[in-house]
Design a protein around this ligand. Structure first.
Ligand code: SF4
Length: 766
């Protein structure tokens, strides 16, 4: 049955058209793009953009346009499957019913509760997908364990958490977002809105990635209206090529660039005196800290041209209003906290927070945050205390954070391995026994040192994975797979930034009945009712769940949302003047000082410096001994997005793979010539920690000193059984990533910076 409501359905010539908002699976961040799904004979036969959607206006990227290929792929997992533990790594799957799958999980969890304790179960949750809304809290709550991991299993939780957390600490705010008139129904025509004069894009390629709540083509929208660009990126992306200023930094040196910009802002008297005097705390201390960062020193450390640095800073500060975007690159270095501080300090000093054409703010917890918080409080004090912590007391901020919780990624691997100091087998208070993974494929995509993770996961008694396709991780370690419905096959809702800056809420309207698949939330409700029914009494279905949460927060119900498809939220600027950013209703910010903390009062509590500083990445041309630098003379960066693939997904979708067949390493022509490499050659990239092999793309997008390699690659067409596991070790950029090269906050890891050498390889295997 489709939804009872009909405002979003129209019928014509024997087909029905369903208006909906896209989220995952297949994988994507919560952008909520408007789609129209044409259904004939119970199947989706056409996917197109919805021109009435207020943000996306009919535009879609290739991943959504290929939805029907995903849904009807012969490789999709359509029923629950299991195999014996001794068959891990073998293609020996057996189809079972949902009841049998649920019985298996219930029996295992109850056995663990009775004999070992709930704390011996842990969960892993992948990035950005719909499950990210529920699974980080509801997954652990279903099994009564404190050991959930919400960016699974990233070293340093190096995606979104660092930015969200430093926003909490410095601004007392949810995720600050560029003002693209997203809150207004009439968008750019709204009389309150001003088109930003400059957009600073730092460590982000939003046109390709469409991250979280941000539709990247909004950058094109404002460019068409006159906005100019400043781009901070090691690569010449399309946006960098269209920028007035391109600060082409050495990856991992963002904090040094930021401190250089702050020094210029202050010494050239470019900052907003009134805003700083009224709303900022710690200006003098910040100035003392950045004084040494002359443009020449910045250039020496970061490779950024001083003229570009000075010009960009002046342009950004003197053209009011201007706006800014910050991306995952700021999370992906050890100094993520410091890089994030610099970004926020710069926009605060310029007075661009919550003004028309600037950066919009919201409270840190709204809607999702509140109900996630409520559920996280259902553990007893005794059970909550059993969260795995590093025995040396590192990563204090991590567990204090409102953005993330549970067990930190590096700590989890150490604990599983049981060999590092403080985590020896005879010292661990309990042995982990079961893992439930929600929408994550860590061996191909997120896990630093993936072979270590593979070995660490194998001894577990029982591993469950929710996904839509077979993956290297499932083939390697899973015992039971629960198949997921796509967003066209279940009801849901999508909230940008996971409710931490909600300009709209979109309905994911079911267009066709699933065959034998369920959504992550449906699975969690089903298992919650079996295992901890006392927590799940108020609703029986996902629809009732959404209805209850929407009514409690916004005063409208799920049926109304389904009918409207999109609801934009009320909004106005300068909320710090009206008390809407603070719990006590007073003007200011939800921080200890009540102001934006250029000097953080909270960070010293967790042994972190209250001010930004720069620290060389562990593997850099300047931090390693000369002999090592001589052997590994190039700098690499990773993770630039690929338009037709979401992280490790879409490799088995023919039209997407036709557009991007192989993993590509970008090499400058001079560098390629020096190493005897031609376009299309297979190339081994080797670091002091490991190696991988990708195909050469000779391009001017990188400098002669820098290469860029892609992440998330595996090969569904190859042998899936161990040890090959769909070739997951061959092109895997994470072979190069160090473990625990993390800031003392527990956040940030160098997925985007390191040193390497390259040489021609024989074939795709490194
Ligand atoms: S960003 Fe692309 S893949 Fe994601 S929902 Fe929008 S169109 Fe679909």
């Amino acid at each position: 049955m489709l939804n009872d409501t009909s405002g979003f359905i129209s019928e014509e010539d024997g087909t029905i058209k369903v208006r909906s908002c896209a989220w995952s699976p297949p994988g994507d961040h919560p952008v909520g793009c408007g789609v129209i799904l044409t259904v004939k004979d119970g199947k989706v036969v056409k996917v197109e953009g919805d021109p009435t959607h207020p943000i996306t206006n009919g535009r879609l990227c290739p991943r959504c346009l290929a939805l029907d290929e995903v849904m009807y792929s012969p490789e999709r997992i359509m029923h629950p499957i299991k195999r014996a533990k001794e068959d891990r790594g073998k293609d020996k799957w057996e189809r079972i019913s949902w009841d049998e799958a649920y019985d298996m999980i219930e029996a295992k969890v109850r056995d663990i509760w009775a004999n070992w304790g709930a704390e011996t179960i842990f969960t892993l949750v992948g990035t950005g997908r719909e499950c990210t809304l529920y699974a980080p809290v509801y997954g652990p709550a279903v099994m009564n364990t404190p050991n959930g991991n919400s960016t699974a299993p990233f070293s340093g939780q190096a995606c979104y958490g660092p930015r969200a957390t430093i926003s909490n600490y410095l601004l007392g705010s949810g995720y600050p977002e560029m003002d693209f008139a997203q809150y207004f129904p009439d968008r750019y025509d709204n009389p309150q809105y001003e088109v930003p004069r400059y957009l600073l894009i730092w460590g982000k390629d939003p046109i390709y990635s469409n991250p979280d709540g941000f539709f990247g083509h909004s950058v094109i929208d404002i460019m068409k209206r006159g906005t100019k660009l400043i781009v901070i990126d090691p690569r010449v992306t399309w946006l960098a090529a269209h920028a007035d200023y391109h600060l082409q930094l050495r990856p991992g040196t963002d904090a040094a660039v930021g401190m250089g910009m702050i020094k210029i802002l202050i010494e050239e008297d470019l900052y907003d005196h009134e805003f700083v005097n009224l709303w900022c705390y710690g200006f003098d201390a910040l100035y003392e800290r950045v004084k040494e960062w002359t443009p020449e020193k910045v250039q020496k450390v970061t490779w950024v041209d001083p003229e570009q640095l000075i010009g960009a800073t002046r342009a950004f500060a003197t053209n009011k209003p201007s706006t800014a975007l910050w991306g995952v690159a700021l999370d992906q270095s050890r100094a993520s906290t410091q890089a994030g501080m610099c970004f926020l300090d710069i926009i605060a000093l310029c007075g661009y927070l919550d003004v028309p054409g600037g950066i919009v703010l919201s409270k840190p917890t709204s809607f999702i945050g509140q109900w996630r918080y409520d559920m996280s409080n259902t553990l007893s004090e005794e059970m909550a205390a059993k969260v795995i912590k590093d025995p040396t007391g590192k990563y204090k901020l991590f567990n204090a954070s409102a953005a993330m919780g549970g067990v930190q990624g590096d700590t989890l691997l150490n604990y599983l391995e049981g060999e590092l100091p403080g985590f020896r087998d005879d010292e661990v208070p309990f042995k982990l026994r079961m893992c439930w993974m929600f929408g994550t494929n860590p061996l191909a995509c997120m896990a630093d040192q993936p072979q270590r993770w593979y070995k660490a996961l194998l001894p577990l008694d029982f591993i469950v994975v929710n996904d839509i396709f077979m993956t290297p991780t499932i083939m390697a370690v899973a015992d039971l797979v629960l198949p997921l419905s796509t967003f066209a096959e279940h009801n849901g809702l999508v909230t940008p930034h996971f409710g931490r800056n909600t300009h709209m809420i979109g309905a994911m309207n079911k267009a066709v009945e699933p065959i034998d698949t369920k959504s992550d939330l449906e699975i969690l409700i089903d298992m919650g009712k079996r295992l901890r029914p006392e927590l799940w009494q108020e609703f029986d279905t996902a629809e009732e769940f959404f209805d209850q949460k929407l009514q409690a927060t916004y005063g409208f119900g799920y049926e109304e949302l389904c009918n409207d498809v999109v609801r934009q939220m009320p909004f106005h600027y300068r909320k710090y003047e009206t008390g809407e950013l603070r719990d006590d209703g007073q003007p200011g910010f939800q921080t200890p000082s009540g102001r934006i903390e250029l000097y953080s009062m909270l960070l010293p509590v967790v042994d972190e410096d209250p001010l930004p500083y720069f620290e060389e990445p562990e593997y850099s041309p300047y931090s390693q001994p000369l002999g090592v630098v001589f052997e590994f003379p190039l700098v690499y960066t990773t993770g630039g997005r690929n338009l037709c693939m979401f992280h490790s997904e879409h490799r088995q979708i023919p039209s997407m793979r036709a557009m991007h067949k192989d993993p590509l390493v970008s090499i400058h022509p001079q560098t390629a010539e020096k190493y005897g490499i031609e376009d299309g050659d297979w190339v081994t990239i080797e670091t002091p920690l490991g190696k991988c092999t990708q195909k050469a793309k000779i391009t001017l997008m990188v400098t002669p000193k820098l290469i860029h390699l892609e992440h998330g690659w595996w090969f569904p067409e190859q042998d899936g059984e161990a040890p090959n596991l769909f070739g997951v070790w061959d092109a895997n950029a994470n072979n190069l990533i160090p473990h625990e090269s993390v800031g003392i906050t527990g956040y940030g890891a160098p997925y985007k910076n390191g040193i390497c050498k390259i040489y021609k390889a024989e074939g795709p295997k490194g």
